[in-house]
Design a protein around this ligand. Structure first.
Ligand SMILES: C[S@@+](CC[C@H](N)C(=O)[O-])C[C@H]1O[C@@H](n2cnc3c(N)ncnc32)[C@H](O)[C@@H]1O
Length: 707
């Protein structure tokens, strides 16, 4: 047990030092501290840190890293003493703490479960609480509070229920949400002594609103159920209805259905109805059909308005065993190219961009030395909090892939037991299953090729069951916090749905290395099977020629608009590289065209360059030739018979470049007067546009001038 004797400060330790202390810890485990820093020294140092933080200067401590204030997000550090007068630094990690609404305030009395000490370089000691539920704030009259401290504690002046409500409202306005909760709870207790249903409903409603803000959805659902049941019991028409039973309402709030068979929404007042809608949305509603007004959703989404009020449509895909790949997501019905297969709202999506390198927070894994910068750390923290406060959401989350962690260290949790929120397990699940997402996938189309698009990292539960393929049959896109999954080609019921975790590197060795280190597997898709079966010599030769071509292209780019001679030179070099994929030129391809329907990744970039270059010099025939080659190198085989365009891509990659290639073809066919072919190219390009952006939004501008 410890008492907070000094105001808070937050900062981080250098992870390597923390690791060193952990390694040395066994020698001192179970002992009382050997050396002590005096209370005065500790408080003085802490005050210096606080001053530095408030002055917003950079700090260089002997045992802390070079950091910028404020460090409120990852851990909270303060000074505490126990009843014997021993003083130590106290670090609490993963607490939903912030400066405006602090949890551990000055003079708080806390009990720590499984308190453990580590030694600091200045000889002082450090109590560390890793799991937020290991820290309990005690009330002044709690039996655990030492006798000697009780006399010093001022007792709370007694209030009546009306005063509690007023003070709670004030705290809510000041964003002191936890204090508001406390006051509403106190008010409710006082209300029991002199029951008044109107006041009771009001307290439950207010407490429910605060819990929603704090993402404590289970608590919010409990309070709203009680508010509705009290309302029903005190309304003559409803007093003997099912609405008077709070457990019926609670089940309805949790059942994820859009159905309302008891007409609960229409029988309650508007404020209660709005809270019910909020809770159901936040827990997750599943709708049976893929009907979304995408232009409207897209229009109000922005960096500060990521959260979309829409239900999930996830019912036409199911989780099943996927052979050696563990579990996977499978189509429950046939889908046509371009169809929406799933739409899912994020379980958690914090607002930080991955590019935000001002790392005032780092999530450091002492076990494998990996470090996640601020957006990853923030995602982890929000996951911990959401799971901690909402036991109803845990089963779904903890069923996900954790790389075998829980199997190794965990135990069987029975149905009636609460699943523990093991923070290491949360972190493993985060690492294997998070996705990066733009605000809107269509925004990415307008960015220059080498720009660094603004992405966030978030977590979608159903998406977490999807396995990777370098030649996927679906593409995921985002509008705000909703993830859409569309079919790249026709998919039959029962087929596994795959997507690309990352775009494949040209070289198979690099490709597999990335998948192995980040997700612990090697890809066995058709392309990896073939690329992996050819000799190292041929692979190296391809890469060598690719690099040479790339530098030719770059040099040309620096010299201004290309000349016809220079383009012909690059086209010659490209033919040599093409030969390395051709059956006739290579014994090891065995005379067979093994790449006949597969992407030839090393050829993609030079072909793209030549397509755009021929278009820029207005050579229509060459533009058509190279646009078709570009599609072919992405594994998309286009056959033209008369006026008919036939596009086959069972193992092809659809992306912005292939949409552009079709657009260039449409343009070129139009200028040759082959309107029918142009129309078919454009129709296909428009379907693929929706596949790669999620919606038709922005399509007109993208294709402007080519129809
Ligand atoms: C996002 S989860 C996908 C769902 C996972 N298969 C499961 O059973 O929960 C990612 C993990 O799935 C496995 N995985 C995904 N794609 C795979 C593939 N192409 N081959 C083998 N394993 C794969 C890897 O273990 C990876 O870490």
């Amino acid at each position: 047990m410890a008492s907070i004797i000094e105001n808070r400060s937050t900062y981080e330790e250098v992870p390597d030092l923390a690791k060193k202390f952990i390694n040395e810890a066994p020698v001192e485990t179970g002992q009382r501290p050997k050396s002590k820093v005096s209370r005065d020294t500790l408080v003085r140092t802490h005050q210096r840190h606080l001053k530095l933080l408030s002055e917003e200067t950079e700090m260089q401590f002997s045992y802390f890293g070079l950091l910028r204030p404020p460090y409120v997000w990852s851990s909270t550090i303060t000074v505490a003493e126990d009843e014997t007068g021993d003083v130590a630094r106290l670090t609490v990690r993963n607490l939903e703490d912030n400066v405006v609404d602090p949890i551990v305030t000055e003079e708080s009395i806390i009990a720590i479960r499984q308190a453990c000490w580590t030694r600091l370089v200045d000889g002082g000691y450090h109590v560390c609480v890793d799991h937020p539920s290991d820290l309990v704030l005690l009330e002044a009259d709690d039996d655990l509070v030492p006798e000697s401290w009780r006399n010093e504690i001022e007792s709370n002046p007694s209030k009546d229920a009306a005063q509690c409500k007023k003070d709670g409202d004030m705290m809510f306005l000041k964003k002191r949400f936890r204090k508001a909760l406390e006051l509403y709870t106190q008010g409710l207790q006082l209300n029991y002594t002199d029951p008044d249903p109107v006041s009771e409903i009001d307290f439950y409603r207010k407490r429910c609103g605060v819990s929603i803000v704090l993402l404590r959805l289970d608590d919010a659902a409990k309070d709203l159920s009680k508010a509705i049941a009290t309302h029903a019991r005190s309304t003559p028409d409803l007093s003997s209805s099912e609405l008077a039973d709070a457990s019926v309402i609670e089940d309805w709030l949790h059942n994820r259905s859009i159905e309302d068979p008891l007409q609960i929404s229409s029988k309650i007042t508007r404020p209660l109805k709005e809270l019910a809608a909020r809770i159901k949305f936040d827990i997750g509603i599943n709708q049976p059909r893929p009907d979304y007004n995408l232009p409207v959703i897209s229009s109000y989404v922005g960096p500060l308005t990521l959260h979309v009020d829409a239900g999930n449509y996830i019912c036409d895909a199911e989780v099943r065993k996927a052979g050696s790949h563990g579990r996977g997501l499978f189509a429950k019905r046939d889908f046509k190219e371009g169809d929406l297969i799933c739409a899912e709202k994020a379980f958690v999506l914090p607002g930080y961009f991955l590019q935000d390198r001002s790392s005032d927070c780092l999530l450091y894994s002492l076990s494998d030395g990996t470090a996640a910068p601020r957006p990853g750390a923030w995602l982890f923290k929000e996951l911990v909090q959401k799971l901690r406060w909402n036991p109803s959401l845990r089963k779904e989350f903890f069923d996900l892939e954790d790389g075998g962690y829980w199997k190794e260290v965990g135990w069987d949790v029975t149905e009636d037991e609460e699943i523990p929120v093991d923070i290491f397990r949360v972190e493993y699940i985060r690492r294997f299953n998070c996705y990066s997402a733009p605000t809107r996938s269509s925004d990415l189309l307008n960015q220059p090729p080498d720009s660094n698009p603004e992405l966030r990292t978030g977590f979608w539960t159903q998406a977490s069951y999807m396995n990777h393929s370098c030649l996927p049959n679906t593409i995921r896109t985002f509008i705000g916090d909703i993830r859409f999954l569309r079919a790249v080609r026709d998919i039959a019921a029962g087929e596994e749905l795959t997507n690309q975790y990352v775009a494949p590197d040209i070289d198979i060795t690099e490709r597999q290395e990335k998948l192995r280190t980040m997700w612990g597997f090697e890809c066995d898709c058709q392309l990896c099977g073939l690329d992996g079966s050819i000799s190292e010599n041929l692979r190296k030769e391809r890469m060598k020629q690719f690099e040479e071509l790339k530098s030719m292209v770059m040099q040309l780019g620096e010299k201004g608009p290309p000349t016809i001679t220079s383009l012909k030179k690059i086209a010659r070099a490209l033919r040599e590289l093409e030969a390395l994929y051709s059956p006739s030129m290579s014994d090891e391809l065995g005379g067979e065209d093994r790449y006949a329907t597969l992407p030839r990744l090393a050829l993609v970039h030079p072909t793209l360059f030549l397509t755009e270059a021929w278009r820029s010099v207005k050579n229509v025939d060459r533009t058509i030739e190279y646009a078709l080659k570009l599609l072919r190198n992405f594994g998309i085989i286009v056959a033209i018979e008369g006026n008919e365009l036939n596009v086959e891509h069972k193992a092809g990659l659809v992306n912005v470049e292939t949409v552009r290639a079709l657009n260039y073809l449409a343009e070129a066919y139009t200028s040759r007067g082959e309107e029918q072919l142009a129309k078919q190219c454009l129709e296909k390009a428009k379907i693929w546009y929706i596949v790669i952006t999620g919606a038709e939004v922005g399509m007109e501008q993208f294709f402007a001038g080519s129809s």
